[in-house]
Write a protein that binds this ligand. Structure first.
Ligand SMILES: NC(=O)c1ccc[n+]([C@@H]2O[C@H](COP(=O)([O-])OP(=O)(O)OC[C@H]3O[C@@H](n4cnc5c(N)ncnc54)[C@H](OP(=O)(O)O)[C@@H]3O)[C@@H](O)[C@H]2O)c1
Length: 257
């Protein structure tokens, strides 16, 4: 059922570790063939060897201006039914001390390339009358987030883009979902924390919820703790207080000195 709705091929952008690798594993286990994209070719190849279904590996930097065009060319012969855009760049620390270059690279990886890829795949999905688009967002999407201000703003963009496309594509057979994850135990997060934040989920749980909820867009907040925290912060606390809490949480990450 899942494979006939979203297969035969899925493209996972940012697939070499953490949640991206988990998307690849669970999609493959659900019977899809998977195109794995990330910068580290060897890691992708090793992951591909462990997957039960057919795979293609594409090593490229999603910050490059022609990344979407390269992916379009590499998948031209494949019947792609699902795009999962998982990769993100998150410059951490006071905005005034971060390099402009790194912040602009975050816009390329988190905004420019997913927009270009959605623009490439959405008309094709509409034409075939079935498929899906999953954009990874975050709880940071719902308000400004101190010390990851640019990253948080890009995640608000991913959320808004997914919501807009979800409404546009209703009735076409194409499902759109924005996954607003909370703390998830990926290698990237584990490198930045000294102790587990409350409600931290495993990548496998987040991905299972995302794939199970793909037809129930436009927004999924995985994990009961995250759903409660998000409800409380958006509906009970003032926006100022919520922004402050986000800042206090991020300050606990290991900010670059
Ligand atoms: N982890 C959390 O706590 C958390 C919380 C909320 C939302 N999220 C969202 O969930 C998604 C994944 O989170 P994560 O950062 O923890 O990552 P992850 O899924 O553990 O790994 C990120 C993946 O993206 C790839 N990638 C990163 N930059 C790339 C680039 N420029 N070009 C090509 N591939 C690139 C990495 O591979 P290479 O290094 O091999 O290129 C890796 O495979 C992100 O969209 C993030 O915003 C995460």
């Amino acid at each position: 059922m899942f494979a006939s709705r979203y297969g035969p091929w899925a493209v996972v952008a940012g697939a070499s570790e953490g949640m991206g690798a988990e998307f690849a594993r669970q999609l493959s286990a659900r019977g899809l063939k998977v195109v794995l994209i990330a910068r580290r070719e060897q890691v992708l190849t090793e992951l591909a060897r462990t997957l039960p279904g057919e795979t293609r590996c594409l090593a490229l930097d999603l910050a490059q201006p022609d990344a979407a065009a390269q992916i379009a060319a590499a998948t031209a012969e494949l019947d792609v039914g699902l795009l999962v855009y998982n990769a993100a760049l998150s410059p951490i620390g006071p905005f005034a001390e971060q390099s402009l270059e790194e912040n602009l690279r975050a816009l390329d990886v988190n905004v420019r390339t997913p927009t270009a890829l959605a623009h490439h795949f959405v008309p094709r999905l509409i034409k075939r009358g079935r498929g899906g688009l999953v954009l990874l967002s975050s709880l940071t999407a719902f308000q400004g987030s101190p010390f990851v201000a640019t990253y948080g703003a890009t995640k608000s963009y991913n959320l808004a883009l997914a919501e807009g496309l979800w409404a546009e594509l209703r009735g076409t057979g194409v499902d759109v979902l924005s996954v607003c994850a909370g703390a998830t135990a990926t290698p990237n997060l584990l490198k930045a924390i000294t102790k587990p934040p409350p409600g931290m989920q495993q990548p496998a749980e987040v991905v299972r919820e995302a794939l199970d909820g793909l037809a129930r867009g436009p927004v999924l907040i995985p994990g009961a703790f995250n759903r409660f925290a998000s409800f409380f912060m958006r509906r009970v606390l003032s926006r100022r207080t919520t922004i402050q809490i986000m800042g206090d949480q991020t300050r606990k990450l290991q900010l670059p000195s």
